[in-house]
Ligand binder design. Structure first.
Ligand SMILES: *Cc1c(COP(=O)(O)O)cnc(C)c1O
Length: 418
């Protein structure tokens, strides 16, 4: 049996060698948790702002932010207060009844997006699934596509989640192999090539579904004008433009949405991750009534979707975004980070891609794999995650300080210097 480190640092027992508790807890996970992830060997017990503390009492700067679910940092006081307050009232009603938090949350989120309506779900993958069902229903009921014939155009290198339908249009062999048969109705074209999208569209196309910046692929930023051209193509061909802003949205790139960088408004926003403030799973599909209005009672839903606890946190998130403070911070800190990282290009780094406070850093294979660099950074008190072999992704909480970013980049420099 292992003891749960409820008190975090209390796990550091005088008679036990350092790291014994870490080893014990990791062994318990390995024995009893499916091996669907390969975590770095650190066991987090506490966190605040941009920092986490492990069960041994060691502190680490969190440069992953739970894949941008922690844009506002760990345990932001305003978000914790909203959650605690709601815990004392009501947490779950199901949508069989109304609750007093859903309407105000939806109104605020729709206003942030400049849209009419919200369909609340829990995880990002559920928002994507909802977007797919919505696009198909819209194609049959509004556009007049023959039942069963609707297609959706997606981009190579995409990441939209882990359900069977979503992995059906992934081109990542690890995500797909062994999980077929796959859902038909998707056409994939090269990312960043808007004319390839235009060529893939026919009279049965319901939607174009893309990430405005591909996060899991390694912070891949499309050429300037890509999103604007998709908007034009979708308007011309009467096709919905669905932007998966689950990782790129909610201030990460220096604007509320990554689409804002090209002043583009998609027909449908898919949101998740940071929408739940790093406290609760909360996702949403946001669109105008002409689109979301096609969904009728009984056709779609989720027991926890729109629950009052998540809505209370989500409304606080929207309020924090409405001030523009986090967007401004992401922009300024991102420029700072880019300058610091630029100095490493040619010294173990082969290239960087930066959008707001979000960076993909390609590691020269001669210096180690992305995983090895992440492990060495861990020993220096910096948490990052590798993706696709040679890339590490840097996505700090937007509450991080410039001096902390400088320190983290210095740790990366030291790791690369051997
Ligand atoms: C994380 C992510 C998802 C899936 O979200 P989950 O909450 O993990 O299901 C979908 N799309 C994008 C772009 C993501 O980054």
């Amino acid at each position: 049996m292992t003891t749960t480190p409820v008190d975090g640092l209390s796990g550091a027992r005088a008679d036990a060698p350092a790291d014994a508790l870490t080893g014990e807890l990791i062994a318990a996970e390995n024995a009893h948790v499916a091996h669907n992830y390969h975590p770095l060997p650190v066991v987090v017990a506490r966190a605040e702002g941009a920092w986490v503390t492990d069960v041994e009492g060691k502190r680490y700067l969190d440069l992953l932010s739970a894949y941008s679910a922690l844009n506002f940092g760990h345990r932001h006081p305003a978000l914790v207060a909203a959650a605690v307050d709601q815990l004392g009232r009501v947490t779950l009603t199901s949508r069989a009844f109304h609750n007093d938090r859903l309407g105000p949350f939806a109104e605020a989120l729709a206003a942030l997006c400049g849209k009419d309506m919200v369909l609340p779900m829990n995880t990002g993958a559920e928002a994507v699934e909802t977007g797919i069902k919505l696009a198909r229903a819209w194609a049959y009921r509004v556009k007049g596509v023959p039942e069963g014939a609707a297609t959706i155009v997606v981009a190579d290198g995409n990441f939209h989640g882990r359900t069977t339908t979503i992995v059906s249009f992934s081109d990542d062999p690890q995500a797909r192999a062994g999980f077929g048969p796959f859902t038909p109705g998707f056409v994939s074209v090269p990312y960043g090539d808007a004319e390839a999208i235009a060529r893939a569209i026919d009279e049965n196309t319901a939607a174009v579904l893309v990430e405005p910046i591909q996060g899991e692929a390694g912070v891949v930023i499309p050429p300037e004008g890509y999103l604007r051209r998709i908007r034009e193509i979708c308007d011309e061909k009467n096709v919905l433009f669905i932007a998966d802003e689950i990782q790129s949205g909610l201030a990460r790139v220096g604007t509320t949405f990554a689409c804002d960088r090209e002043e583009v408004v998609p027909d449908v926003y898919l949101l998740g991750k940071a929408l739940g403030g790093g406290i609760v799973p909360l996702s949403a599909v946001v669109a105008d009534a002409a689109v979301l209005g096609v969904i009728r009672p009984g056709e779609h839903g989720s027991t926890f979707g729109g629950n009052p606890l998540a809505c209370a946190v989500g409304q606080q998130v929207v309020e924090m975004l409405a001030s523009g403070e986090f967007q401004t911070r992401a922009q300024a800190l991102g420029e700072h980070l880019e300058q610091a990282l630029q100095a490493l290009v040619g010294a173990g780094v082969t290239g960087i891609r930066v959008a707001g406070l979000w960076a993909g850093v390609d590691i020269d294979p001669a210096y180690g794999t992305g995983r090895e660099i992440a492990e060495r950074l861990l020993h220096r008190g910096v948490l990052v995650k590798d993706t696709h072999g040679q890339t590490i992704r840097i996505a700090p909480p937007l509450v991080v300080r410039a001096t902390e970013l400088d320190w983290a980049v210095e740790q990366l420099r030291l790791v690369l210097a051997g």
